[in-house]
Write a protein that binds this ligand. Structure first.
Ligand SMILES: [Zn+2]
Length: 149
């Protein structure tokens, strides 16, 4: 799906009023990165996240030890956390090696909630339409570390 088609087919999340050019550009950046870096056993997913002032695009790190692998979202969020400490993540989009939008895994939904509780996440419906979902909608009962006791 082209960036133009994405802009045409995105269905707004509750409270969202428009598709921002930066979101469309973030999708394009993720697709460009995975197209350049995809490598069997190393990089299969790319993700772009947006803060209020910048975009961070990264790929996953697949390890021979599966539990040591890191999702693209985690790498991108980490890049933002280092470059802009405390700046919330406002948007996230991830794509597979074919450039198709894929939803964040449960781990990344938790991470996005921690680093961008108001973030919008681009998700693709079965029919190919994309929409922006709030991370809260994707993870309605997020883990609350403060309740660990
Ligand atoms: Zn993940």
């Amino acid at each position: 799906m082209t960036a133009e088609r994405m802009a045409q087919t995105l269905v707004m999340a509750e409270g969202a009023t428009e598709v921002h050019a930066a979101q469309v550009e973030a999708l394009a950046a993720a697709r460009a990165l995975i197209a350049a870096l995809k490598q069997e056993g190393r990089h299969h997913v790319a993700c772009s996240v947006l803060t209020a002032g910048a975009r961070y695009t990264a790929c996953n790190l697949q390890s021979t030890l599966p539990s040591a692998s890191v999702c693209a979202e985690a790498v991108a969020i980490g890049m933002a956390a280092v470059a802009e400490p405390g700046a919330p993540i406002l948007f996230s989009v991830a794509v597979n090696r074919r450039g198709e939008v894929i939803p964040p895994c449960g781990f990344c939904r938790e991470l996005l909630t921690d680093f961008g509780s108001e973030a919008l996440v681009c998700v693709e419906e079965d029919g190919g339409e994309m929409r922006l979902a709030s991370v809260r909608a994707l993870l309605p009962d997020a883990y609350k570390g403060r309740l660990r006791g």
